[in-house]
Design a protein around this ligand. Structure first.
Ligand SMILES: Cc1cc2nc3c(=O)[nH]c(=O)nc-3n(C[C@H](O)[C@H](O)[C@H](O)COP(=O)(O)O)c2cc1C
Length: 322
C-alpha cells in the first residue's frame, strides 16, 4: 500500500496518520488494538472513568501499543484514574474538554506522549503552553461532544497559531480519504476519526445502533444537552452532544426546562431504554460524517480504504496544478 508519512507518523512511530477517537462507551481495547495493529494509533475511551473497565480494556488490547483518552473535567473529579492508566504505559494520553495542565505535566513527567483536543484557537494556545505534543483541532461536525467552530476554518487557524510548537491533527466530519486529504492540505499532520470507527466491527456498539448509523443521512444530526441531562452529566458550556435524531430528542430538545422538572423519572426511562436497546429513546452518538458511511467493516479495512482514497485525492488535486 502507498503510505502517507507526516510528522505525526514519525513522532508516534506509526504507519498511517490516523488516530481512532477515545469514544466513551464505544472504544474499548478491542477497537484500539485493531487500529494500532492496522498501522494507526488506537485510543481506549476512558470517558467518564471506570477503573475496572479501564483495566479490562488494557488487558483486551494485549501487547498492541494503544493510548487512552479522558474527558478532562470528569477526570478532575477522580484524578487517580490517570495513575491507573499511566501504570499501563500507554502509547499516548489524550485529554479533552477542560484545563488539563496538571494532567499534561504528570503524563509528560513519566515520559508518555500527550495529545490535547481543542475546539478553539485560544484553547490550542493553552494546550501548547501546557506542553502538549499533539493538538487535535476538533470542529463542530464531530460526533460526541463538541463546540462551535467548524473544522474547515479551525484547522488552519490552529496550525498557524501553534503548528511550530505541536503537531496539529484534524477532527470533526472526517470519515474517509477525501477528508484525510483535505486535512493534510489544510496543514494538519493527520486525522482523528470517531464516527467512522464507531461503525467498525470492533467498536462496542450494538447491531441496532450500527444499522441506524449506516442508514443515516448527514443532513439530520442534532446537537443537544438532553442526553447529558438524563445521564446526569453536567457538561460545561458551550459543549453539546452530537447524535442522530430520535423520538426522545424530538420530544425534549428545546424543552429542557420541562425535562429537568421530571428528571428522575426520565433518567430511569433512559437507563431502561439502554437495557432494552430502544433507540427511539437511546441516542446514537455520531457526527455529520455519518452520511459518508454506508457499511460496517473491520477497522483495518477502514484504514486501508482511507489511505488509498486520500492518496488518490491528493494525486488528483496535484494533477490540476499546471
Ligand atoms: C460515540 C462517540 C463518543 C465520543 N466520546 C468521546 C470521549 O469520551 N472523549 C473525547 O475526547 N471525545 C469523544 N468523542 C469525540 C471524538 O474525540 C472526536 O472529536 C470526534 O469523534 C471526531 O469527529 P468525527 O466523529 O466526525 O470523526 C466521541 C465521539 C463519538 C462519535
Amino acid at each position: 500500500m502507498t503510505a502517507i508519512h507526516t510528522r505525526l507518523t514519525k513522532f508516534l512511530g506509526i504507519d498511517h496518520p490516523i488516530i481512532s477517537a477515545p469514544m466513551a462507551f464505544a472504544a474499548s481495547g478491542r477497537l484500539a488494538a485493531a487500529v494500532s495493529a492496522a498501522g494507526g494509533l488506537g485510543l481506549i475511551g476512558g470517558g467518564y472513568g471506570d477503573a475496572a473497565w479501564l483495566e479490562e480494556s488494557f488487558d483486551e488490547a494485549g501487547n498492541q501499543p494503544v493510548g487512552c483518552g479522558f474527558i478532562t473535567w470528569s477526570l478532575a473529579e477522580n484524578p487517580s484514574l490517570l495513575d491507573l492508566v499511566l501504570e499501563r504505559r500507554p502509547q499516548a494520553m489524550m485529554f479533552s474538554f477542560g484545563d488539563a495542565s496538571s494532567f499534561v505535566e504528570k503524563t509528560k513527567s513519566q515520559d508518555i506522549k500527550v495529545i490535547c483536543q481543542v475546539q478553539s484557537v485560544a484553547q490550542a494556545r493553552d494546550a501548547a503552553d501546557w506542553g502538549a505534543d499533539i493538538i487535535i483541532a476538533q470542529g463542530s461536525e464531530a460526533g460526541g461532544h463538541g463546540a462551535i467552530r467548524a473544522t474547515l476554518p479551525l484547522v488552519p487557524a490552529v496550525v498557524d497559531a501553534v503548528g511550530d510548537r505541536a503537531i496539529v491533527v484534524a477532527a470533526g466530519g472526517i470519515a474517509d480519504g477525501r477528508g484525510l486529504a483535505a486535512a493534510l492540505t489544510l496543514g494538519a499532520e493527520g486525522v482523528l476519526m470517531g464516527t467512522r470507527f464507531y461503525c467498525s466491527e470492533e467498536a462496542m456498539v450494538e447491531g441496532e445502533a450500527h444499522d441506524l448509523a449506516v442508514a443515516a443521512n448527514g443532513d439530520s444530526t442534532v446537537k443537544s444537552s438532553v442526553v447529558d441531562h438524563v445521564r446526569g452529566k453536567t457538561w460545561p458550556s458551550p459543549y453539546k452532544l452530537h447524535t442522530l435524531p430520535n423520538a426522545y430528542l424530538d420530544k425534549w430538545h428545546g424543552n429542557e426546562d420541562a425535562l429537568l422538572a421530571q428528571i428522575e423519572q426520565e433518567t430511569q426511562a433512559y437507563d431502561q431504554a439502554g437495557a432494552d436497546s430502544d433507540y427511539n429513546t437511546r441516542a446514537v452518538i455520531v457526527g455529520e460524517g455519518v452520511g459518508l458511511i454506508n457499511t460496517t467493516e473491520p477497522a483495518a479495512t477502514m484504514i486501508e480504504n482511507c489511505i488509498a482514497e486520500a492518496v488518490g485525492s491528493l494525486r488528483g488535486s496535484f494533477a490540476l496544478v499546471k
